[in-house]
Design a protein around this ligand. Structure first.
Ligand SMILES: N[C@@H](CCC(=O)N[C@@H](CS)C(=O)NCC(=O)O)C(=O)O
Length: 247
């Protein structure tokens, strides 16, 4: 049996649900509500000491890290393979998944917390926020959460800097997709799955203009959205984070 600890509108959880849906794997979900900082509850930290979602439990084994989870799923359920057979394409797949982990996901964190999560945290009792932040496993996470829950005005310069990182990343993605249909090459793979939540988050942040003049990315997005598994993985409108507001 597979249990996924996740939240609906969390980047890394969409990535894993997309993989599960492509493979047609049945799973059950346990919601970890990020808007209530439930990722820092002691019971959850016992499963995932990083205090983040997702976490997969398979027949009693605990697997964390979305990239590791997706590779694990691809190994254990090989019927619908999501890694190319060609070694060069496999290497390209890993390079682009790493790019998502190292650049794309970090770039959306700040705007997500400053423009969206902030409004959810404002509704929580201060003592609860303080208690949860005190349990954060590292300083960076504690500072991110403290800043987003402080009630202070949005750090506009930091949001603009994040947009610049995204723009540069999109330029690199456009160059890749101008020569091959999928990030790994000729084969749809875990790399496309990993990168798709980035596009979804940018759309929700109203940053879709960043690929207005990038036809290869626009074409790839159209092909991704046409996949039934993509639609299955995405949150419903009612499961979305609060709409972004700069105030
Ligand atoms: N490298 C981790 C990152 C996990 C991560 O940052 N998850 C986000 C949601 S996409 C989260 O739980 N954020 C809560 C927090 O940072 O407090 C992975 O890929 O699983």
């Amino acid at each position: 049996m597979l249990t996924l600890y996740h939240d609906w509108d969390a980047f890394c959880c969409i990535k894993v649900r997309f993989c599960l849906a492509e493979k047609g794997i049945r799973w059950q979900g346990e919601i970890v509500d990020l808007q209530k900082l439930d990722q820092l509850r002691p019971e959850y930290l016992a499963l995932n000491p990083n205090g983040v979602v997702p976490t997969l439990i398979h027949d009693g084994s605990v697997i964390t890290e979305s990239t590791v989870i997706n590779e694990y799923l691809d190994e254990v359920f090989p019927e619908v393979p999501l890694a190319p057979r060609n070694p060069v394409e496999r290497a390209q797949m890993r390079i682009w998944v790493k790019f998502e982990d190292d650049v794309l996901h970090p770039s959306v964190k700040l705007p997500t917390y400053q423009l969206m999560m902030r409004h959810a945290f404002a509704k929580l009792p201060r003592e609860l926020v303080e208690a949860r932040i005190a349990a954060a496993p590292n300083k960076a996470q504690a500072e991110k959460l403290r800043s987003a829950s402080s009630g202070a005005v949005v750090d506009a310069a930091a949001v603009a800097a994040a947009q610049e990182v995204m723009d540069r990343a999109l330029a690199r993605m456009e160059a890749r997709l101008s020569i091959v249909p999928w990030f790994a090459g000729e084969t749809f793979s875990l790399a496309d799955i990993a990168i798709s939540p980035f596009i979804d988050r940018l759309e929700w942040l109203s940053y879709a203009g960043l690929w207005g003049s990038r036809p290869a990315i626009s074409s790839w997005i159209g092909r991704m959205k046409a996949r039934p598994a993509y639609r299955e993985a995405m949150p419903l409108q009612t499961q979305r984070l609060p709409a972004p507001r700069p105030d």
